[in-house]
Design a protein around this ligand. Structure first.
Ligand code: NDP
Length: 321
């Protein structure tokens, strides 16, 4: 039987952004509801070791960190609902959202923290070797390749930044790009070409990620030349796929402004979207930093922005009455 839920704050997404917003909002007495979405806990639930989230001297596991954040949000009073929103009406406040089972959410404010997904190549070995040599985040996993050989696949800003970042750990970084020109900004290209630790393989696409014997992880990539069709092999310990991300913004097309890459547009330095009372936090609005800690920070900002918004709305309602 479909239910109607009323809340001062509805939060879509249960990664670090959504859960941090929930913790702050719950502690402010807003009794937020978190709609967890298709991947409760977000991208960190598909990673393993996390070494860069402040507060933990020992290596922790991504899924464990998200369990802790969920438990923390629940302890301070947030409600978690396992649902998938299929319709959003932002034309008037309170906003009305509908879940796939027919539940209706009537929300005075909305925090969108639906995240993003890394795009994958979809070639053999990629999924099987995820966390065993294949990764989509150099900032997260680069440290594990200290002194080893790594490849980065892609030709945009992300790929070039990841290749440059990886030179902090590895002296042998290869960028593999399917064309003979990069899409990345010129300044990044200049830095890439000036770095003696990086070589570029042009006009190559990855045909397969190759696993070692037994439990050994990635040992190399099979390549195909996109011009000649010639096959080759590159030995590597780590493969970083950096071919872009897809922000989860499908629901908001035509309802909220998106940037050219499909990310939710916010007023710089805030979480405010173009619709008063709707806020965005984390990877759904951030294509530059994309870290758990930055997403958590943005979640906190969104909760504080929403709290202020409601306080002002209540003040005006009182004065105007
Ligand atoms: P982009 O879409 O800009 O680049 C993706 C790259 O991956 C392209 O070079 C593309 O090749 C390649 N690619 C895509 N699909 C495949 C595939 N199936 N096989 C092989 N290669 C593939 O994504 P980014 O993540 O680099 O950037 C996204 C947005 O975020 C951009 O607007 C970028 O400017 C921005 N950004 C900004 C940063 C900053 O300001 N510091 C940092 C990172 C990103 P091809 O070129 O042939 O299409």
């Amino acid at each position: 039987m479909p239910t109607t839920h009323h809340t001062k704050m509805l939060i879509l997404g249960s990664g670090p952004a959504g859960l941090s917003a929930a913790i702050y909002a719950a502690r402010a007495g807003m009794q937020p509801i978190v709609v967890q979405g298709l991947q409760p806990g977000g991208q960190l639930t598909i990673t393993t070791d996390v070494e860069n989230y402040p507060g933990f001297a020992e290596v922790i596991q991504g899924p464990w960190l998200m369990e802790q954040m969920t438990a923390q949000a629940t302890h301070v009073g947030a409600s978690m609902i396992w649902d998938t929103i299929v319709d959003v009406d932002l034309s008037q406040r309170p906003f009305r959202l509908t879940g796939d089972g027919g539940d209706v959410y009537v929300a005075e404010t909305l925090v969108i923290a639906t995240g993003a997904q890394a795009k994958w190549l979809g070639v053999p070995g990629e999924q099987e070797l995820g966390g065993k040599g294949v990764s989509a985040c150099a900032t997260c996993d680069g440290f594990f390749y200290r002194g080893k050989k790594v490849v980065v696949i892609g030709g945009g800003n992300t790929a070039v930044e990841e290749a440059l970042y990886l030179t902090n750990h590895s002296d042998d970084v290869t960028l593999i790009h399917r064309r003979d020109t990069l899409r990345a900004e010129k300044i990044l290209q200049d830095r890439l070409h000036a770095n003696p630790k990086i070589k570029v393989l042009w006009n190559k696409k990855v045909d397969r990620f190759v696993a070692g014997e037994g439990t050994a992880g990635l040992v190399g990539v099979d390549l195909i030349d996109t011009v000649t069709g010639e096959a080759s092999h590159e030995r590597t310990d780590g493969g970083f796929v950096a071919i872009g991300h897809s922000p989860s913004t499908e629901l908001f097309k035509g309802k909220l402004p998106l940037d050219a890459d499909g990310y939710l547009a916010v007023t710089p330095g805030t979480s405010l979207t173009a619709v008063p009372g709707v806020f965005a936090a984390g990877d759904v609005t951030d294509k530059v930093y994309r870290q758990a800690i930055t997403a958590a920070g943005m979640g906190c900002m969104a909760a504080l922005d929403a709290e202020r918004f409601l306080a002002e709305a209540e003040y005006h309602a009182m004065v105007d009455a």
